[in-house]
Design a protein around this ligand. Structure first.
Ligand SMILES: NC(=O)c1ccc[n+]([C@@H]2O[C@H](COP(=O)([O-])OP(=O)(O)OC[C@H]3O[C@@H](n4cnc5c(N)ncnc54)[C@H](OP(=O)(O)O)[C@@H]3O)[C@@H](O)[C@H]2O)c1
Length: 432
């Protein structure tokens, strides 16, 4: 078999590796490579980081060169540039330069791959190099290679999952301990599961990058990242989790993508999830991805979606794949990739929750608006024990179009008895 990458030319030579970014993941990758020692196919040659003096550790062998100079690394004879700095710049510029200078690239950078992955894969092909990014989705869970290689014989039609451990931790704690969103977030920050600025996680941007990458790899569908609907988990309250339990569900941040009529239906949003679904059983900071194939049905991948060591395993696995033959994650997807329009017009049942100043006629007023948009009510729920000035109750709705729902919720939001805008979440049920 002919291999395209220069890196596989000399089978006896160990691949020389440079790690750019000696942080949580970079240092864990370095440790694995060093502990594997001479028996492995790799030789760690460079560690690149800014302010390198602060980064040095005593466990690094003297043969490894520390530098803060990217030119030194790119002008060297390293075979693989492992980018573990994160962000778009300078990571993107350095990845492009590495590929152009004849080095393959392994990265865990979901932001970069979601935004520029297609162009970077093409650049890698042009320079007869490899670009691998198995760690960019679900950290240590080998989902990209599983979809691309393990399920290559199927035709995948749908992929959904829990791709952000921080949101899952927060929602799990809100359900288990009855915490408010603010308290659960604070706890997640103290436990090291959430950043000081939690927006990328709780507002869905981190998961949006991952579902965009997953759509390319699993469904061969490429959409512009910015056009993917992304809804925050911030409006979820402890009362919503109590209503969810009453309905045989829990609440999770779900990333979902499905090809329908030449459009990619794709979104990241909090949903009520029926307990019978595997998504509902994912607790704490774990991740799950469920793919559906035309022939093979459902396949589930789950495990540690983040953390230094699990993510480092995914990075080193990409290196091993690269050393073996170059059958890495990015390449086989590029030729079949189709540019698609992102749509958020899912037709699903919904949970709606209203916080009202109680008075007669509330239900009639809401029902009237729903009827105007031909939305059928399924059930009404009201748990006791709340003040009449801030009374939460829920209405579940039969499947309806997102367009009709958005219009109805906007109209209901203007009703004078509402203490805050209504909350509207899709309900994910087990398919018959
Ligand atoms: N951590 C996880 O669980 C996880 C999981 C999956 C994927 N990832 C991805 O893995 C990548 C690395 O994440 P991480 O958690 O290891 O991040 P991190 O701990 O913040 O490490 C990043 C390292 O890169 C260095 N760096 C940043 N910008 C640089 C620049 N311009 N020049 C030189 N060095 C620079 C940082 O130096 P300073 O110390 O000076 O800031 C730091 O040592 C990211 O793309 C992330 O999305 C992480």
């Amino acid at each position: 078999m002919e291999t395209r990458a220069e890196v596989t030319k000399d089978a006896n030579r160990r691949l020389r590796v440079a790690i750019a970014g000696f942080g949580t993941v970079g240092s864990a990758v370095a440790r694995i490579l060093i502990e594997q020692g001479a028996a492995s196919s790799f030789e760690l040659a460079y560690i690149l980081n800014r302010r390198i003096a602060k980064k040095r550790v005593d466990w690094m062998p003297g043969s490894v060169r520390w530098t803060d100079d990217i030119d030194e690394v790119l002008d060297s004879d390293v075979d693989v540039f492992v980018e573990l700095m994160g962000g778009l710049d300078p990571a993107g510029t350095w990845v492009r330069r590495a590929l152009a200078s004849g080095k393959s690239v392994v990265t865990a950078n979901k932001a970069l791959i979601a935004a520029e992955g297609v162009a970077l894969s093409e650049l890698a092909c042009r320079h007869r190099q490899h670009l691998a990014y198995g760690a960019s989705v679900a950290g240590g869970v080998p989902v990209l290679s599983g979809l691309q290689e393990g399920l290559a014989g199927d035709q995948l039609v749908r992929v959904s999952g829990i791709l952000n451990g921080t949101c899952n931790y927060i929602l799990t704690r809100m359900e288990d301990a009855g915490l408010s969103f603010a308290d659960a977030l604070l706890e997640a920050q103290r436990a090291g599961f959430a950043e000081a600025d939690p927006s990328a996680d709780v507002d869905g941007y981190d998961a949006r990058a991952k579902i965009t990458i997953l759509s390319r790899v699993a469904l061969g569908a490429d959409v512009d990242l910015e056009t993917v609907l992304c809804r925050s988990i911030r409006p979820i309250t402890a009362v919503d989790l109590r209503y969810a339990v009453e309905l045989g569900c829990t609440i999770r941040q779900i990333s979902h993508a499905e090809v329908k009529d030449n459009e990619l239906h794709i979104a990241v949003q909090p949903m009520l999830v029926e307990r019978a679904l595997p998504h509902a059983r994912v607790v704490g900071a774990q991740n799950i991805v469920v793919s559906t194939g035309r022939y093979g049905g459902e396949t589930t991948f789950s495990g540690n979606g983040a953390g230094g060591n699990p993510t480092a395993v995914a990075v080193v696995s990409d290196l091993v794949a690269l050393a073996r033959l170059g059958t890495t994650s990015s390449e086989s997807m590029s030729p079949a990739l189709k540019k698609m329009v992102a749509s958020s017009q899912f037709v699903m049942p919904h949970y709606t929750r209203y916080l009202v100043r109680d008075r007669p006629g509330i239900l009639a007023a809401i029902s009237q608006v729903l009827a105007t948009y031909a939305i059928n009510v399924d059930a009404v729920l009201q748990l006791p024990g709340h003040s009449r000035e801030a009374l939460p109750f829920a209405i579940t709705l039969e499947p309806s179009s997102q367009q009709a729902l958005d219009a109805a919720m906007a109209e209901i939001g203007k009703l004078h008895f509402l203490a805050q805008p209504p909350l509207c979440l899709p309900i994910l049920r087990k398919r018959a």
